[in-house]
Design a protein around this ligand. Structure first.
Ligand SMILES: [Zn+2]
Length: 133
């Protein structure tokens, strides 16, 4: 994460919010608390490679500590026709990243997929880090 670009926190774009909301709604095992966070989130970082992946944090802290663990996933095609995967991450129960990546590794640039171009992964209880006592 240290190579992530950092900028002043900004609100999510309408496309980011729509995509995040849709993937959480359709793939997270417990979507409700995450959906309630979405209006309070800010974009606090970007991937350096040119993909549309963004780091997220609550506006109250505006700082993401770590990626955390995946809570929802989907795959489909970007508007440019690139086969992409979308993974939503949370850390300590707070949404931390909206990742969009090229499944086949083919080059970009590509932009956020529209929800209607995606298939959501079935809700899964993803493995979560267990605190060592
Ligand atoms: Zn990237």
């Amino acid at each position: 994460m240290s190579d992530r670009a950092r900028r002043s926190p900004r609100v999510l774009s309408p496309a980011e919010e729509e995509l995040l909301r849709w993937v959480v709604q359709h793939s997270a095992a417990e979507p409700k608390p995450y959906l309630e966070q979405i209006p309070k989130l800010r974009v606090v970082g970007y991937c350096g490679c040119g993909c549309p992946t963004v780091d997220l944090a609550l506006a109250s802290t505006a700082r993401s500590e770590a990626i955390g663990y995946p809570i929802a996933e989907a795959d489909g095609h970007s508007p440019e026709g690139v086969y992409v995967g979308v993974i939503v991450f949370a850390n300590d129960g707070v949404l931390s990243m909206l990742e969009v990546y090229s499944v086949t590794g083919e080059g970009g640039p590509y932009t956020l997929p529209r929800p209607e171009a995606l298939t959501a992964a079935p809700p899964t209880t993803w493995p979560r880090p267990v605190a060592e006592l």
